[in-house]
Design a protein around this ligand. Structure first.
Ligand code: GLN
Length: 192
């Protein structure tokens, strides 16, 4: 399986390492032509207004929307989650608008711009998942058909809608490969 990792900003190398440890091959994506032949796409964290602008500047926004609409599995983390959302609270910034969710950016306040928490993610087994949050968003609303995979307190921080997976935290920054493995094996491997 060949997984493209959007490489415009953020921890794309760490995502590549995690995916490769799960047995996938990876390719950095900076140009539309590099999307040809990939089986899935990962959108890393970063800053979502900048990422939206870069996606447009690099002519990637429409091609990604198109192939995702045709069934390409996509995994977005942190700013990548924001890029997947159809709605952002109090913002009109451009996104790929693939998941029927609403998100709030920078939702954990200034005191806790970065923190770690042990999450209970049923889909990943019993062992708690150590999640790293960095100026993280959270999901404020999900439509029917969106499966909530994890909460932090009352807040939704991980969800899946068919072939689209979104996490508010940074799975690429820890050694726990379970969420990447889940993407590679359960989401990206769905037979079409
Ligand atoms: N706060 C960033 C945004 O709104 C996301 C942070 C991240 O990706 N670590 O785009």
């Amino acid at each position: 399986m060949l997984i493209g990792v959007l490489a415009l900003q953020g921890a794309f190398r760490e995502h590549q390492w995690s995916l490769e440890k799960c047995g996938a091959s990876t390719r950095q994506i900076r140009k539309p032509g590099e999307l040809d032949g990939i089986d899935a796409l990962v959108i890393p964290g970063g800053e979502s207004t900048t990422m939206g602008k870069l996606l447009n500047d690099f002519d990637l926004m429409e091609p990604i929307k198109k192939i995702a609409g045709q069934g390409l599995p996509v995994f977005g983390t942190c700013a990548g989650l924001i890029m997947l959302a159809k709605r952002i609270r109090e913002s009109q910034q451009p996104t790929l608008a693939l998941m029927d969710i609403e998100v709030e950016r920078n939702a954990f306040g200034r005191q806790v711009e970065s923190f770690e928490s042990n999450l209970d993610i049923f889909a990943l087994g019993e062992k708690l998942y150590n999640a790293v949050f960095i100026r993280a968003p959270y999901i404020t609303e999900v439509a029917a058909g969106v499966e909530v995979l994890a909460h932090y307190g009352e807040k939704i921080v991980c969800a899946r809608q068919g072939r689209f997976l979104a996490a508010a935290f940074h799975p690429e920054l820890t050694d726990d490969l379970r969420l990447h493995k889940y993407f590679v094996e359960e989401v990206a491997n769905l037979s079409s």
